[in-house]
Design a protein around this ligand. Sequence first.
Ligand SMILES: [Zn+2]
Ligand SMILES: [Zn+2]
Length: 328
Amino acid sequence: MRAMVLKRLHTPLEPDERALPVPGPGQIRLRVQACAVCRTDLHVVDGELPDVSLPIIPGHEIVGRVDACGPGVARDQGMRLGVPWLGWTCGSCTYCRSGQENLCDRARFTGYTLDGGYAEYVVADHRYCFALPDALDDAHAAPLLCAGLIGYRALRMAGDARRLGIYGIGAAAHIVLQVARHQQRETYAFTRSGDNAAQAFAWSLGAVWAGGSDERPPGELDAAIIFAPVGELVPAALAAVRKGGIVVCGGIHMSDIPRFPYSLLWGERRLVSVANLTRRDATEFLALAPTVPIRTQVECFTLKDANIALDRLRSGSVNGAAVLLMSH
Ligand SMILES: [Zn+2]
Ligand SMILES: [Zn+2]
C-alpha cells in the first residue's frame, strides 16, 4: 500500500510502499477513504511531542471502510468507521478504572505511537472505532474525529459559560462555534491580529464578535478556549474572563507561557488543559453532531500532497480543515 511516512523528525514525510498491514486479535483493517490533517500532526513532525515511534505514518482523523477483521472481531465488510487519536488504553490503571482513560499511563495514539491514516490502509482496535453521521461524506466527516472530539471536550470543560471566547479559528474552532451557537452561547472569536479572513469565517459560523487576540472583547467573558498553540494567549485569555471564569487550553502542545501577575488568576479564575479524549466523548459528540447539524468546511489534498497540506496548516492559510483524500 502507499503511505506517507515520517522517518526523521523535522523532515518532510516520504512516500513509501508498505506491505498491507494484517489485523491482529481485536483489530480491524480499514481501507482509508479520507484522513484530516490536525495541528498535532505538525507537532509530531516538528519533534514537539516526546517519544514519537519512528518511522510513523501520521494521521488520526481517519474515515475508512472495513476491509478485514482480525481474530475475535465481527464487523460488516464495507462498514464505514472513524478512527480517532485515542487508539488503545490499558483498562487497568487508576485512570482507566476511574473514567479517565484519556489520561491512561499506557495509552497508545493513532499517528503518533500507532501507524495512522496517511495511507491507503490502517489497522485499528475495533473498540476505538466509531460510526459517523450519515449526512456527512467521508471528507466532511473526517474533521469530526479530532477537531470535533477534542473541541467538544474543551467546550464541555468550559462548563455552562454563556459568553465564550475562542482563541485560534482553525478546524476545532470552526466546529465548536457551531455547537456553541446550537447551545445558545455567545461566542467571541480571537484570531491573529489583522487576519480578516479568519474573522469573517468566524462571523459566518455564528460568532457575535471577532477581532485580534490583542484586542479586548466588549465586556467580560465567562470562559475562553485556546486552540492556538501560543503561550502568550494564556494571560490574554485570563485577563478577558470574569471572576470564577475558566480558561481551557485545548492543544497538546503550546509555546511557553510568559510570566504574568497573580492578579490575572486571582478571583477563582481557573486554568485547565484538555488531554486526548475518552470513548464516551466520541459517542456523545457523534450523536450530537447531526442534531446541530454540524457542517464542516474542508480543503482536500491527495495523499502524495500531504506535505503541502501540512505546510498550509503551518502557515495558517486553511479555512476549516485540511483533508487528505485517498484515491484507490
Ligand atoms: Zn490505563
Ligand atoms: Zn488532532
